[in-house]
Design a protein around this ligand. Structure first.
Ligand code: NAD
Length: 292
């Protein structure tokens, strides 16, 4: 079994990005600029946004964090996004999800300019992804593809089982793995909460992508020998013995599944770091389009 190490793979992506930014800046261009909007103060969202801002600084991107109160009106948030759309110094916009219940996420996503949609959630980005056109790929599935590429994991002809059908992970992941791409060309089964006998379906998977948000859900009996296991889940599980009062758990029972898998991603230290790498790559693409 080999660990697919998100630290190593994301560092390699970040090194390439850093070099490219240095060359662009040396040629007299401004640095790429990502704007992140954080509504309220959800603990996990705070952590994700802080990490994105820190990564921007590490690779030489500029970033702006806009914090809005949890009680902000939908219109006020939409106006903030419209302002960022119109700002020529901003290349990428991300609005950290989830949003408070009184705000429509689809409306927010559609208001972000498709040219600055570095999270890849806009219907234009998704439509282009489905059609195999160049686009902003949602950051988590993009990060997983970058991980497969880094470790040169052959995927052609394999049966991939994706658990979860969300717009941000499961659905785009299934599209990428089935597409005609060097790390695609899989036969894909997408499972969700209404899939009967999920364990039997999983056992057929040469590749399993677990993205359902249920800690340690995938157990060894659900995994065939030699499978490639990608764990997307991130759940905070209360633990009084931990410093912060919680531990981060993935969707895979790591210790038992690792004994059967050929490759496996750890949580933390796996897909989460690759997600940021995907976001940074999208931001550089958005920026480079403004130079043309
Ligand atoms: P979601 O709640 O939007 O979707 C979960 C999906 O899992 C749904 O499609 C649902 O049908 C399916 N599901 C739920 N219970 C199931 C069951 N018992 N059997 C089969 N399918 C089931 O979640 P999401 O936004 O896609 O996130 C999934 C997990 O990934 C969460 O833990 C989230 O925190 C994590 N996540 C991690 C990253 C990262 O960077 N590593 C990024 C995004 C999300």
């Amino acid at each position: 079994m080999q660990i697919l190490d998100g630290k190593i793979a994301s560092l390699s992506v970040k090194e390439q990005l850093t070099q490219e930014v240095q060359q662009l800046v040396a040629a007299g261009h401004r640095a790429p600029h990502l704007a992140a909007v954080l509504v309220g103060n959800n603990g996990a969202s705070e952590t994700y946004v802080a990490s994105k801002v820190k990564n921007c600084a590490e690779i030489g991107f500029q970033s702006t964090l806009i914090r809005l109160d949890a009680a902000v009106s939908e219109e006020e948030l939409l106006n903030t996004i419209r302002g960022l759309n119109a700002d020529n110094n901003i290349d990428g916009i991300l609005v950290q999800l989830p949003l408070p219940k009184h705000i429509s996420e689809p409306k927010v996503i559609e208001t972000i300019s498709a040219e600055k949609d570095v999270d890849g959630f806009h219907p234009v980005s998704v439509g282009r992804l489905v059609q195999g056109l160049e686009t902003f790929i949602p950051a988590t599935p993009y990060g997983i593809m970058l991980m497969l590429e880094h470790y040169k994991i052959p995927t052609k002809g394999k049966h991939a089982v994706v658990i979860g059908r969300s717009n941000i992970v499961g659905r785009p992941m299934s599209i990428l793995l089935s597409s005609n791409h060097p790390y695609g060309n899989c036969t894909v089964t997408i499972c969700h909460s209404h899939t009967p006998d999920l364990a039997a379906v999983c056992r057929q998977g040469d590749i399993i992508v677990a993205a359902l948000g249920k800690p340690e859900f995938v157990t060894a009996d659900m995994v065939k020998d030699g499978a490639i296991v990608i764990d997307v889940g991130i759940t905070r599980v209360e633990d009084a013995t931990a410093k912060k009062g919680f531990r981060i758990k993935g969707d895979v029972s790591f210790d038992q599944v690792a004994e059967k898998a050929s490759y496996i991603t750890p949580v933390p230290g796996g897909v989460g770091l690759m997600t940021i790498a995907g976001l940074m790559k999208n931001t550089l693409v958005a920026y480079k389009r403004t130079l043309k």
